[in-house]
Design a protein around this ligand. Structure first.
Ligand code: IMP
Length: 179
């Protein structure tokens, strides 16, 4: 089993590049069939989704566009904790078929915020594609239309996912090694 070190932690291979690419090809195939004449606008959620967005887009062959947003945390005025804000959207999404691209859905909080943001802007439809899902951690009632892999509740890194900013460049996805 190939293990690597990212910062101070040991990780072992969990999903290999070929497996990831195969699954992405399947998702792209579904999208190609379902969005043939819809000119979807993909919305990549940075930073984590950049590799997934890139590989998925290469396998999509229907006319489509892509834009990226990022989520920024800020303290609410009443300091009720962290509120998240969507930054960076330039495109008009009114009347568009949106496909939101995320690297991983964990509690689902981030995705819920992103969906709310887009729902207020009048798109024709919103679907979600996430490469990874941790079903045991999911707290929100979300309809996740395309899920690459359901994974256990362990921390993962690689293929866009980071550990304290590191490891995003890895081709495979690694899981935290038990101590
Ligand atoms: P949620 O809002 O709890 O669903 O968390 C989603 C965000 O948490 C993702 O976009 C990731 O940035 C981060 N995240 C959750 N689990 C992991 C993990 O196992 N590895 C790296 N990042 C993660």
């Amino acid at each position: 089993m190939e293990t690597i070190k990212v910062r101070d932690k040991e990780f072992e291979v969990y999903l290999e590049e070929t497996k990831i690419q195969q699954r992405i090809a399947e998702i792209a195939q579904d999208i190609n069939e379902e969005y043939a004449s819809k000119n979807p606008l993909f919305i990549g959620i940075l930073n984590g989704s950049f590799m997934f967005a890139s590989d998925l887009m290469k396998a999509v062959n229907v006319p489509s566009e892509i834009a990226f947003i990022r989520m920024a945390s800020y303290k609410g005025m009443e300091s009720t904790g962290n509120v998240k804000q969507v930054l960076g959207l330039q495109e008009n999404v009114f009347g568009r078929h949106l496909i939101l691209l995320e690297d991983i859905v964990d509690s689902g909080l981030t995705m819920e915020e992103v969906i709310k943001f887009f729902q207020e802007r009048g798109p024709k439809s919103i679907r979600i594609a996430t490469l990874l899902l941790k079903p045991e951690k999911l707290e929100k009632d979300l309809k996740l239309d395309y899920v690459g892999f359901e994974i256990p509740e362990k921390f993962v890194v690689g293929y866009g996912l980071d550990y304290n900013g590191h490891g995003r460049n890895l081709k495979d996805i690694y899981q935290l090694k038990e101590a």
